[in-house]
Design a protein around this ligand. Structure first.
Ligand code: PHE
Ligand code: ZN
Length: 849
């Protein structure tokens, strides 16, 4: 059965559920195609409760239902059932049958490699049984599982367990989206943790036999997260048991089910031989993220799905603080901003723009976006910047104290800050209600001893925000003297007006401003300051973020001139990065980031803003030329950088070693442009870890070498699905633009292209979409190829299909010929009979009228 006709749901229509759910008891009799689920649910009508109760339910076969032991015959539709109910507390009992094996959407109860697994956020529980499937209905769950598997898991603590049978009880009331069940032939990597108050917690990481050797790092990250949340937020874990399960088929990274986190195996399994430094970093962050949800998400949850950023923005903010503390704060900030610009800005500046707290949706799964997550976290960073670290800590204590056990709103969240600080956050709240990226223009003036910085903010109108109002923008600013001394240390300029000036007195000479330090607000900064300031800041800024940002601004300006005027690469930029990259007093990871170029789709946006029509091939060529210019300018130091940053100790995925490797590999990439493949070949052959092996392979592919190495890599790793995802992805990523579609097509014909597995699908199709010049190659083949595969995947897995549609979100930035080809691809998908609600909503929004 296909999804029902789309209806739009509005925040303003929120009404509470008419009944409290006192307790829930579930019994699962597992069977691949005929799993039986019995539910016993104690409902208590609230005053004014309706006489008919509606319960959500999808793809369920109702076997029987009763109220207080008397059989009932509810009216059943594709979305749920309606049943007359008593006006006093009653016991609802029902039995349904479901088909996990044929559940390829990976939502509800499904099977992956013979293992049963659930995914209930946001609205998957209704595919397991009839229930008020909404986050403001919280209850205590007891779960009985019958099945032939050695491992039977659910939320909370074990009540009893024997061969083929287990009973679990979760004492903490929770919404149904946090329910989880896992059954399979799994092995545990076990450890334990003693909380600050001295309670022992058993920790298990369950994996498929054969993956035991990939558990140690995830476990370490979990324990580090538990300690960190105690030390920094005063939050202890609240059960005797914490389980993580790795599953191969999963739509997202991981899921914070109470006491039973389920992880995409790519987000938890790691070993030095099979995982890169980047993989380790991501795994550490996701483990922390899911663990932190226990307080920000589970103990305090969301009233409704419009409040998704309440848990996600805050939890992303917390996991970024964690990574900053575990590793390097400037490097974390820079990589977060690169990611924000690559993923959130295009969303915020195109047809999918929506406020951090949306006000309407058709399919909630389409709102697990970079805006809700990453901009949601930026908003919290701004709040902390405005009120200060101390008040932030107090407000969070108040939040946990006041709202523990509740399902909350953004209003509740802001109120704890208002009550802590006495501030009125009414205007600040616009960050939650207005879509779009504000443009912030800055200029300065100097009148005998008085220095003035003037800012203008402008938020472009959009469909969800037709009449934008000024937002509160914290602009962290410092002033430097012409000799590079910090004469005015960082302070927050709090901008609240459309146009606003800030005055600095008592300066001896005209300073050089460093504005928006640490990227203190998610805005596009347009500088009308003297152009030579940028090179000065690259050389002298004391704020590491802005120093990096100065390099990036110079790179962007130079690339744009190369593209539009055929200019040569800017020597001031090349000299500037030569000095920074060659400065041995700086962190190697930071120096490696200095060599990074702006994203190609970022350049597209800049060209559009300049009134130019972007040519993806010209952008690609300019970036290539710039890399060559970097290699030539840094030629005198690259071999030494490469040699000096080789790691000779045993591999550790820590910040120090991975920083050295990233600089050595950046040097390798550039020096190979001049010296050819020998160094990379040597590294590929001698590498004893995936970081070194994969970066060598990437360098070779980039210079059109590496055919033999690709083959050797496949032979070496064909048994390892996560490594093979890299093998698939990297061939697409490193293809020449004119060969990208053909490369992707060839890979889809590979026997191991198991397209129903989201990781494998994304390895090829996600890489195709991420290859800017290849995806937008003029013949339009990539558009057609992606459309073909989205049409094929949609009936199997609507969520993964819909997410990948965002590849087309920037289509209006391109020339008419490309737009026509993309429109044809979009229309072809939209015309597919039975297209899912998920994909229909995404494409309708992208296509526009
Ligand atoms: N809530 C999960 C997280 O942020 C993400 C997720 C959403 C996973 C929906 C699965 C389905 O950690
Ligand atoms: Zn999350």
């Amino acid at each position: 059965m296909r999804d029902a006709a789309p209806t739009t749901i509005y925040l303003k229509d929120y009404t509470p559920f008419g009944f409290d759910v006192e307790k829930v008891e579930l019994t699962f009799d597992l069977h691949p195609t005929k799993t039986r689920v019995k539910s016993r649910i104690s409902f208590v009508p609230k005053p004014g409760a309706p006489s008919d109760m509606f319960l959500d339910g999808e793809n369920l076969t109702l076997v029987s239902a009763s109220i207080d032991g008397t059989p009932v015959h509810p009216e059943v539709s594709a979305e749920g059932l309606t049943c007359p109910v008593p006006d006093a507390p009653f016991l609802w009992e029902a039995e349904v049958e479901i088909d996990p094996e044929n559940n390829t959407a990976l939502e509800g109860l499904y099977m992956s490699n013979g293992m049963y697994c659930t995914q209930c956020e946001a609205q998957g529980f209704r595919k397991i049984t009839y229930y008020p499937d909404r986050p403001d209905v919280m209850s205590v769950f007891t779960v009985e599982i019958n099945g032939p598997h050695p491992v039977l898991l659910s939320n909370g603590n074990v009540v009893s367990t024997s061969q083929g049978h287990a009973v679990w009880h979760d004492p903490w009331p929770k919404p149904a989206y946090l329910f989880a069940l896992v059954a399979g032939d799994l092995v545990a990597h076990s450890d334990s943790f003693v909380t600050a108050s001295g309670r022992n917690v058993d920790l298990n990481l369950y994996v498929r036999p054969g993956d035991e050797g990939k558990c140690a790092f995830g476990m370490r990250a979990l324990k580090a997260s538990m300690t960190w949340d105690e030390e920094v937020y005063g939050r202890e874990y609240d059960l005797d048991l914490f389980n993580i399960v790795a599953v191969d088929d999963f739509n997202m990274g991981a899921m914070e089910n109470k006491g039973l986190n389920v992880f995409n195996s790519s987000a938890v399994l790691a070993s030095p031989e099979t995982s890169t430094d980047e993989n380790f970093l991501r795994i550490e962050a996701i483990i922390a993220h899911e663990y932190f949800h226990n307080w920000t998400g589970n103990r305090i949850t969301c009233r409704d799905w419009f409040q998704l950023c309440l848990k996600e923005g805050l939890t992303v903010y917390r996991d970024s603080q964690f990574t900053s503390d575990m590793r390097s704060a400037p490097v974390k900030r820079i990589t977060d901003v690169i990611d924000l610009r690559a993923r959130q800005f295009p969303e915020d500046q195109g047809p999918l723009a929506h406020p951090v707290r949306p006000e309407s949706f058709q399919e909630i799964n389409n709102f697990y976006t970079a805006t809700v997550y990453e901009k949601g976290a930026e908003v919290i960073g701004m709040l902390r910047c405005l009120v200060g670290a101390e008040a932030y800590g107090k407000a969070l204590d108040l939040y946990f104290g006041r709202h523990d056990g509740q399902a909350c709103t953004i209003e509740d969240w802001l109120k704890v800050f208002e009550d802590t600080t006495g501030r009125d956050l009414g205007q600040f709240k616009r960050w939650y209600s207005q879509a779009g990226t504000p443009r912030l223009t800055v200029k300065d003036a100097w009148y005998n001893g008085t220095y003035i910085l003037s800012f203008t903010q402008n938020l472009p109108a959009s469909e969800t925000t037709p009449d934008p109002q000024p937002q509160v923008i914290p602009i962290l600013t410092g002033l430097l003297s012409p000799s590079g001394q910090e004469v005015v240390p960082s302070q927050v300029l709090e901008m609240t007006q459309a146009t606003q000036s800030f005055t600095f007195e008592g300066l001896k000479e005209r300073p050089i401003p460093s504005v928006l330090r640490g990227f203190s607000a998610p805005v596009v900064l347009e500088s009308e300051l003297a152009a030579e300031h940028t090179a000065f800041l690259l050389a002298h800024d004391t704020d590491p973020f802005n120093r990096w940002e100065a390099g990036r601004s110079l790179a962007r300006a130079s690339l744009l001139k190369m593209i539009t005027d055929d200019a040569a690469p800017d020597p001031a930029y090349l000299d500037g990065i030569h000095a920074v990259v060659g400065d041995a007093t700086l962190d190697p990871a930071y120096r490696a980031l200095m060599l990074n170029l702006p994203g190609q789709s970022d350049l597209v946006k800049s060209l559009c803003d300049m009134g130019e029509t972007p040519d993806p091939q010209a952008i690609w060529d300019a970036c290539r030329a710039m890399s060559h210019a970097q290699a030539e300018r840094l030629q005198d130091i690259l071999p030494a950088l490469f040699d000096a940053h080789q790691v000779t100790e045993p591999y550790e995925p820590n910040a120090d070693q991975s920083g050295r490797r990233s600089l050595a590999n950046a040097a390798l990439r550039l020096v190979s442009l001049i010296d050819g493949p020998d160094r990379a070949r040597g590294q590929f052959t001698s590498a004893d870890n995936m970081t070194q092996q994969l970066s060598a392979l990437g360098v070779l592919l980039r210079i059109n070498e590496g055919t033999d190495e690709l083959e050797a890599f496949e032979q070496q790793w064909k048994h390892d699905r996560l490594v093979m995802d890299k093998w698939f992805g990297m061939q697409v990523i490193h293809a020449d633009p004119n060969e990208t579609a053909a490369t992707a097509t060839r890979l889809t014909e590979h026997p191991d292209f198991n397209w129903k597995n989201p990781n494998r699908f994304r390895a090829v199709m996600g890489s195709l979409a991420a290859h800017h010049a290849g995806f937008h190659f003029a013949d339009g083949q990539s558009y057609g190829l992606l459309a073909d595969w989205l049409i094929r995947l949609d009936p199997v897995n609507p969520q993964t299909t819909a997410r990948m549609c965002s590849a087309f979100q920037t289509w209006r930035r391109y020339d008419d010929a490309r737009q026509q080809k993309i429109a044809a691809a979009l229309d072809r998908i939209l015309a597919t009979p039975g297209l899912s609600r998920d994909t229909t909503e995404m494409l309708t929004r992208i296509r526009g009228s």
